[in-house]
Design a protein around this ligand. Structure first.
Ligand code: GLN
Length: 222
């Protein structure tokens, strides 16, 4: 009787452990660099896309995620805070080691290998072989929305929000161009291996198809 219930207990624990292993495999932890910008919006979009969102501010937190989003915001401020929080080395290392990363707007600027017009002291983290121009579409008042065809996204045009957005001036040979802004013919979405970047803000609209694309990349790699 005692043996029986102990056996049942351990069987129950075993299946609970299996269930949580399945859940954590199905919902890999994906970080959002939580220093400045659209952090809450990305956390929500990731949750909607079936992963476990985690706010990342410290190197140890970065160690525990299977992918990282760098949000829209202000790239010069985010860069300063990366230095203050001592994250630059670990961020560069993880991206170089193949961690999936997705940068929107300011995040695209941070993930670019080169910035043609950096603010004084601003550095790129690097990770994707592109050159970006900050504020290329103009100032805050020049913000706009546009329907884009995004390669790899099915289901019709993607309504993209641009706010003081950068554009991509040059791409290296290993970079896939995913979207062009039709008004300017400029490149606004790119992918190189597990690194994805958009000049626009998928976190600010309810359409989750770009986050879902990133989550697919994370699942393939984890
Ligand atoms: N222009 C901003 C920068 O340089 C980016 C704007 C944004 O993320 N909306 O970081």
């Amino acid at each position: 009787m005692v043996t029986g219930s102990a056996a049942q207990g351990s069987a129950a624990q075993g299946s609970a452990a299996k269930a949580s292993a399945v859940t954590s495999q199905a919902m890999p932890p994906v970080g959002v660099l939580a220093l400045q910008g659209d952090v809450a919006e990305h956390l929500r979009a990731l949750r909607d896309s079936g992963v476990r969102p985690v706010a990342v501010r410290r190197p140890e937190e970065l160690d525990r995620v299977d992918g990282l989003v760098i949000p829209g915001g202000e790239s010069t401020t985010i860069w300063k805070l990366i230095e203050v929080f001592g994250l630059a080395e670990q961020l560069r290392k993880r991206v170089a080691d193949g961690m999936p990363a997705f940068g929107s707007c300011a995040g695209m600027i941070l993930l670019a290998d080169q910035i043609c017009d950096p603010a004084s002291g601003q550095q790129a983290l690097g990770g994707i072989d592109i050159t970006v121009r900050r504020n290329a579409f103009g100032r805050q008042v020049d913000s706009f929305e546009r329907d884009l065809d995004v390669r790899g996204i099915a289901g019709g045009p993607y309504r993209a929000v641009f706010i003081r957005a950068p554009w991509v001036e040059a791409v290296g040979p290993g970079v896939d161009v995913l979207a062009i802004e039709p008004g300017t013919s400029r490149i606004v979405a790119v992918r190189q291996g597990p690194v994805l970047a958009t000049a626009f803000h998928p976190e600010l609209t309810p359409d989750r198809r770009v986050h879902q694309m990133f989550v697919e990349i994370v699942r393939e790699r984890s």
